[in-house]
Design a protein around this ligand. Structure first.
Ligand code: AMP
Length: 400
């Protein structure tokens, strides 16, 4: 079975074709600047040069058509015809309270995704455009929506309810949802397989540390808690997002700088995190690390604060589950930065009996146990694979 995985942003579209018999990525690509001047498609096939098409893409429908052309191109394509695609899996940001798992797209599902435009104003409209564009380009093929919030729907009310008047939950579904759910779901289940843990009782913490960063706790693959909230702003310190702050900060800045709430939220989303803390050096952890290594104190504090916040959440989630069997690191920083992994574990997690094996930790981007044999908690590096998870859910639903 060949699955096309689509991840549509407001002006971009990422795609992959995954051959489910081998789980191999046959090709992947990116459409950029959709609806903006200078759009281009970059198509990558393993072992071949990139194929770049610069052509106007006024909307996602045109972008999907161009993807179809690239997939079937005589020289650069990987398919003879788009009929070889069995199903399309779509990443959808927000499934609100209605979707706790992936689902085959129907008119009703599309209507619900539309209802949640308010909760995911940047992503849900683009995700729906992607679905409709795929329906138009490949009539009759099943489309599956895979929600970034599904995994967080495992949380109990005590974890997801904000301590604000309950009418806001009842009226507007204002609650904690959690994001990066596809990644947390994939990595926590993979951890159970990889470490040979009991699939029903395993207590797993997944640290998804990238430009966006979040952490989750799950028992037997069911989410107990996760650090992002109503939006991806809550929780860990990220590349440009502040994570947890006292909401009174918003009011203080509004009053003293003459800004409105939207401007301050934009600042918390786009100009904060390690970018803001380092005094604007970069949102890229490598740049901030390089500055810290050259003695820049703000950069050093930003990175220390990032690790400290991760460790605090690990402590909190260990309490939430009354124990932990396995801690996993994933995403850009988690998969590539051995120093961050080592410092988080060595500086803060000794009381849990966590011991990192330096030789095992000297690894990047591949599945590995990085804890010592006598560590009381297994620590793993597990590369995330959101596209594969989307394809797996799609396959499972269309072959039912
Ligand atoms: P992601 O959002 O998962 O793609 O992660 C992107 C982040 O991972 C960027 O901030 C990168 O700087 C960071 N990253 C990638 N490689 C490394 C590395 N070797 N050391 C530190 N950070 C890294």
């Amino acid at each position: 079975m060949k699955i096309l995985v689509l991840n549509c942003g407001s002006s971009s579209l990422k795609y992959q074709i995954i051959d489910m018999s081998t789980k191999d990525v046959m090709c992947k690509g990116l459409c950029e600047r959709i609806g903006i001047e200078g759009s281009k498609l970059t198509h990558k096939v393993p072992g071949k040069d990139d194929y770049v098409v610069e052509e106007s893409m006024p909307d996602h429908t045109k972008a999907v058509r161009m993807v179809m052309d690239a997939l079937t191109d005589a020289e650069h394509g990987v398919l003879k015809s788009v009929d070889e695609i069995d199903a399309i899996g779509h990443r959808v940001l927000h499934g609100g309270m209605k979707f706790n798992k992936s689902i085959v797209v129907t008119e009703e599902v599309k209507e619900t995704i539309r209802e949640y435009f308010d909760l995911g104003p940047l992503h849900n409209p683009a995700n729906l455009m992607g679905i409709e564009a795929a329906e138009a380009a490949m009539p009759g093929k099943p489309n599956v929506a895979v929600f970034d919030t599904s995994f967080g729907m495992g949380m109990e009310p005590k974890a997801y309810t904000y301590a604000i008047p309950i009418e806001y939950l009842e009226k507007y579904s204002l609650r904690r949802y959690g994001f990066h759910g596809t990644s947390h779901d994939y990595v926590s289940h993979r951890a159970i397989e990889f470490a040979g843990l009991d699939p029903k009782t395993a207590k797993v913490i997944v640290c998804h540390l990238g430009n966006g960063a979040s952490i989750s706790a799950s028992i037997g693959g069911v989410c107990v808690d996760t650090s992002m909230g109503l939006t991806p702003l809550e929780g860990l310190i990220m590349g440009t997002r502040s994570g947890d702050v006292d909401p009174a900060v918003v009011q203080y800045i509004c009053t003293h700088e003459g800004k409105d709430v939207n401007e301050v939220l934009n600042m918390l989303n786009k100009k904060s995190g390690i970018l803001g803390m380092s005094g604007g050096i970069s949102s890229d952890f490598r740049d901030v690390e390089a500055a810290a290594n050259e003695g820049n104190e703000k950069a050093e504090v930003a990175l220390e604060a990032f690790r400290y916040r991760v460790a605090k959440y690990i402590g909190a989630y260990t309490a939430a589950m009354n124990g932990v069997d396995c801690i996993c690191f994933t995403a850009g920083v988690g998969e590539n930065d051995k120093h961050a992994r080592k410092l988080i574990c060595d500086e803060y997690l000794g009381y849990l009996g966590v011991k990192i094996d330096d030789a095992r930790n000297d690894v990047r981007g591949q599945e590995a146990v990085i804890s010592a044999d006598d560590s009381k908690v297994k620590v793993l590096l597990l590369p995330t694979n959101e596209e594969l998870k989307i394809a797996m859910d799609t396959q499972a639903l269309v072959t039912k």
